[in-house]
Design a protein around this ligand. Structure first.
Ligand code: ADE
Length: 421
């Protein structure tokens, strides 16, 4: 491969990346089975796939599975701060997969990398946040004709794609991988739960027990964060705008209140709402001295960082991934990971065992798009239930568990309305 066909930090990191990808793969039995089948059946033979995903060990294993299926794959980062540079190097050096991703890249380089992924002339795009699809709509409409479709990993991406569909500008089918039960119920809850706490702890090394931990939002991601923060002994407060989710949080045992009341009590505030300016100047005005603020939502808009920059008189960096802002009244606010998703900025993202299911969905979604290219209409689709269930069944089997099956009598009962008391 020529050096112009990739842009990574250091090829010399490849050996470390290969070892870490192998380590991760031990926890990814479902994706491994799919890779082995893909190797035999080559269902993606010759198909150009451009992926824009967090470049992690788990993504590295997904790229290997797609390449084993015969796809011609390139990979760009889906966030400037989430790339694991050793994985990028290993994919280039050992798998001959072009990668465009450098941890800490500027916004300008980030978009150059997206452009490079689109210059691959994809037939399938695989997004985490819909940046490739929006790049096609904004700058590369010429690609639409040869596109088979796209797959989307995350809640925020699915929201963007549904907005495109509602406006009538989405030009091809998209599989919303996030809508599979084996994705959002596990990756978003257990993955974000564990990895966000991991990110906060690695960035700060601060004890959580006995502290007040405010979680903004109570969707699948934020409920995972709340659960794990509670598990570490923190007093958790939830803020919400949806009355049903707020009620759920109350019944799960958390205090619920508006952010303006929660902020003065908080030692930590973590956002995972998918919305912008959830933490704004009115929050900075009331937080207590030393408060730690982080985001685990997809985009770095949840915390109004420009407002904080304006309010602060000084800014220091006491540790990696911690920016300490001092306000005119002397209060210090510790912002983690520049407000980018903290689980990938200061930790390693979701653990492999949970990404196993997310990326099994991604691999099967690309195969499904291809097989059903003539019947799938323009729009945002979920993967069929049987594939979702197959992933869960394979995961259970890999975990050494078996479950009951319906008896013929029970099946009949479930399909009839005549039996009653
Ligand atoms: N999103 C969250 N965690 C991730 C991981 N480990 N790999 C890829 N994408 C992720």
């Amino acid at each position: 491969m020529t050096t112009s066909s990739y842009d990574i930090k250091d090829l010399g990191l490849a050996e470390e990346g290969r070892k870490r990808m192998e380590w991760a793969e031990q926890e990814m039995p479902v994706l491994r089975l799919i890779r082995e089948r893909f190797e035999k059946e080559r269902p993606l033979a010759g198909i150009r796939i451009s992926a824009c995903l967090h470049v992690t060990t788990e993504t590295g294993n997904l790229m290997r599975a797609l390449a084993a299926g015969g796809a011609d794959v390139v990979l760009a980062a889906s966030n400037p701060l989430s790339t694991q540079d050793d994985v990028a190097a290993a994919l280039v050096a050992y798998e001959e997969i072009p990668v465009y991703a450098i941890k800490g890249e500027s916004n300008e380089v980030y978009y150059q990398h997206i452009k490079a992924a689109l210059d691959h002339n994809p037939q399938i795009t695989m997004d985490d946040g819909a940046d490739l699809v929006s790049g096609i709509l904004k700058d590369r409409k010429d690609l639409i004709e040869s596109m088979i479709g796209s797959t989307e990993e995350t809640t925020t991406g699915v929201i963007r794609l549904k907005a495109m569909a509602a406006e009538g500008v989405l030009p091809f089918p998209v599989i919303a991988v996030n809508d599979s039960d084996t994705k959002h119920m596990f990756d978003n809850r257990y993955g974000t739960g564990q990895s966000t706490l991991d990110g906060v702890i690695r960035a700060t090394n601060v004890l959580l027990a006995g502290k007040t931990f405010v979680v903004a939002g109570y969707g699948w991601c934020s409920r995972g964060i709340a659960e794990r923060a509670h598990g570490l002994g923190a007093n958790v407060i939830v803020t919400e705008i949806d009355p049903i989710k707020a009620l759920e949080a109350v019944m799960d045992g958390y205090r619920v209140m508006p952010m303006e009341q929660a902020a003065p009590l908080a030692d930590f505030i973590v956002t995972a709402t998918g919305n912008k300016h959830v933490i704004d100047s009115n929050t900075f005005a009331v937080v207590k001295d030393g408060c730690v603020i982080a985001n685990s939502g997809h985009f770095n808009v949840e915390i109004n960082i420009p407002a904080l920059e304006q309010m602060a008189v000084t800014k220091k960096q006491p540790r990696r991934f911690v920016d300490q802002y001092v306000l005119p009244d002397g209060r210090q606010i510790n912002l983690l990971g520049e407000g980018r998703l903290i689980n990938l900025a200061s930790a390693e993202g979701h653990p492999s065992a949970v990404m196993d299911m997310s990326f099994a969905n991604q691999a099967l979604a690309s195969e499904y798009l291809l097989k059903n290219r003539d019947s799938l209409g323009v729009g945002v689709h979920a993967l069929p239930k049987n594939l979702d269930q197959e992933i869960a069944a394979l995961k259970l089997r890999a975990m050494g568990m078996t479950i009951d099956v319906l008896t013929p009598e029970q099946e009949l009962y479930l399909n009839s309305w005549q039996e009653g008391t």
